[in-house]
Design a protein around this ligand. Structure first.
Ligand SMILES: Nc1ncnc2c1ncn2[C@@H]1O[C@H](COP(=O)(O)OP(=O)(O)O)[C@@H](O)[C@H]1O
Ligand SMILES: O=P(O)(O)O[C@H]1O[C@H](CO)[C@@H](O[C@H]2O[C@H](CO)[C@@H](O)[C@H](O)[C@H]2O)[C@H](O)[C@H]1O
Length: 472
């Protein structure tokens, strides 16, 4: 472990430290999967907070500023600056098992000649982080808290998950998983707020937070959440692809998934009661979707030829004068990668919402149909990502999912075809933007749906048979 200026009382001064780190981080940050400012060079870096967790391991909140226009403007546009959470290790030399985690050798400031690396790859740092979570208290601006009813054993072996993620997660002894939020925004993160509220509601579909850490300076923000690791579970995306490759059906699973989604929605409505339901907001919703489409079409030229066709879905929603489902707290980014199946039980994870949107927007009340639309899009994603394309597979899953949802929720998402179609279109537009920014090779997948949705002016799904008990 490096004996460095970090050990000196003034060694953590942010100006000298920044001199050591700025150049390294400016090159390293944009290469990270979780970096949100893709395509916009980092022009300036500043340290929002610096905490020495233990000698040679720094917890940083780093603000980045970007040049050039954001990838898109209008609602949901990325802010001109972002704040990222980093755990950095500093050593004289890296052992071979850590070379892949290197960020670079500092050539200036107090860390001159030392190697800086991403300490989440370092089992020692990961163990100490868990120890810190097991013993509530504060370190500088960082506050570590836990649910005292949950026993978290000492000494669990850590491993960093190598999943494609918007954040970073450490799995401890296959018993717990710690998600470390990378892009930090002020306020409570819904991925702590929602599972905590659902657990208090007795909902068993969502792993309950066991411990978490947050910062109070310069503003309150959630930094990480520890929850039970569902060790026998496979995620819905993997299972859907297996079904597509083996020819085995997926409708039973889709039906159960619909039931699970409805159960979570019912629990969410109870956990976050709404005082007075707001009047129908179809026109406002349609106009927000339309603005998002405009912004996405500015950023992704491939979308432009389809914009007017897609807009018919939003026009149809705006023209509706009937009440849509009351708004409530929802998942906000529901897709097959956010559901885990262990035995016969589906669980739902990752209540952060769409990572590109501001936190306040993600915590807003919204129609549960939005989540349903997210999952329906995901069946299409799975079917489209495999050759040959099997549209009937996705269609059967969609119908089964909606039927399962209706059986549990006592209302059927297919009863509101205009709303469903508008949300599916809005989601496909989001996916185009997401893939263009993060995984350009995947762009054809949502683009295929865009072509289909732009052409379709009729109903998205077969309406259900009238339900006499509901007077329909
Ligand atoms: N409680 C859990 N049990 C088992 N695996 C989990 C659990 N939570 C997350 N995972 C795994 O970690 C991956 C990333 O988690 P997620 O919350 O979706 O992170 P991100 O928001 O960074 O995408 C998931 O796709 C899943 O495979
Ligand atoms: O990182 P998150 O899981 O929060 O979500 C983001 O990344 C997802 C991809 O990893 C992206 O989902 C899209 O691809 C999935 C397959 O990889 C598919 O199941 C989804 O239906 C599709 O939207 C998601 O949109 C994005 O927010």
């Amino acid at each position: 472990m490096a004996k460095t200026a970090l050990h000196r009382p003034n060694g953590l001064g942010s100006a000298p430290l920044l001199a050591s780190l700025a150049e390294l981080l400016r090159a390293w940050l944009p290469r990270q999967r979780w970096f949100a400012g893709k395509g916009r060079p980092v022009t300036d870096l500043s340290l929002v907070s610096t905490t020495e967790l233990y000698p040679g391991c720094l917890h940083l909140l780093v603000r980045t500023e970007h040049s050039g226009p954001p990838a898109h403007s209008g609602p949901g546009a990325p802010p001109p600056d972002d704040c990222y959470q980093l755990l950095l290790g500093v050593r004289d030399a890296l052992p071979p098992r850590l070379t892949h985690a290197a960020i670079g050798r500092a050539s200036k400031g107090p860390l001159t000649n030392l190697i800086v690396y991403d300490a989440l790859h370092d089992p020692r740092a990961a163990r100490l982080l868990l120890e810190r979570l097991r013993r509530p208290g504060t370190t500088g601006p960082l506050r570590f808290e836990r649910d005292k009813r949950v026993a978290v054993p000492a000494g669990l072996a850590p491993r960093l998950l190598d999943a494609e993620q918007s954040n970073s997660s450490l799995v401890y002894g296959d018993s717990f998983i710690l998600k470390i939020f990378r892009r930090v925004q002020p306020g409570i993160n819904p991925d702590l707020e929602v599972p905590w509220a659902l657990a208090r509601q007795g909902c068993t579909r969502v792993p309950a937070p066991a411990a978490w850490f947050r910062t109070s300076r310069p503003q309150e923000a959630t930094l990480g959440v520890l929850q039970p690791f569902l060790r026998e579970a496979a995620d819905g995306w993997t299972l859907a692809l297996e079904s597509l490759s083996s020819g085995r059906g997926f409708t039973d699973e889709a039906y159960e998934l619909g039931r699970a989604t409805a159960e979570v929605h019912v629990a969410l409505a109870a956990a976050f009661p709404v005082d007075a339901p707001s009047p129908p907001q179809n026109r406002r919703l349609a106009s927000a979707m339309s603005e998002r489409l405009d912004a996405a079409a500015r950023a992704v030229p491939e979308l432009r030829p389809y914009a007017s066709g897609l807009r018919t879905a939003f026009d149809a929603l705006a023209a509706l004068d009937t009440a849509v489902r009351p708004a409530q707290r929802i998942h906000g980014d529901l897709h097959l990668g956010q559901v885990l199946r262990a035995g016969q039980q589906w669980s739902v994870i990752d209540f952060e919402g769409e990572p590109a949107r501001p936190l306040a927007e993600r915590r807003r009340l919204q129609s549960p149909v939005r989540d349903v639309a997210g999952m329906l899009r995901s069946f299409d994603y799975a079917a489209r990502s495999r050759h040959p394309w099997r549209p009937e597979w996705a269609e059967r899953c969609r119908e089964a999912y909606c039927a399962g949802y209706a059986a549990e929720a006592q209302w059927d998402p297919r009863e509101e075809p205009e709303l469903l179609r508008a949300y599916e279109t809005d989601r496909a537009v989001y996916e185009v933007l997401y893939e263009a920014r993060h995984r350009p090779d995947w762009l054809p997948v949502p683009m295929a749906a865009v072509g289909r949705l732009a052409e379709r002016c009729s109903r998205t799904l077969t309406p259900p048979a009238p339900n006499p008990s509901r007077g329909g």
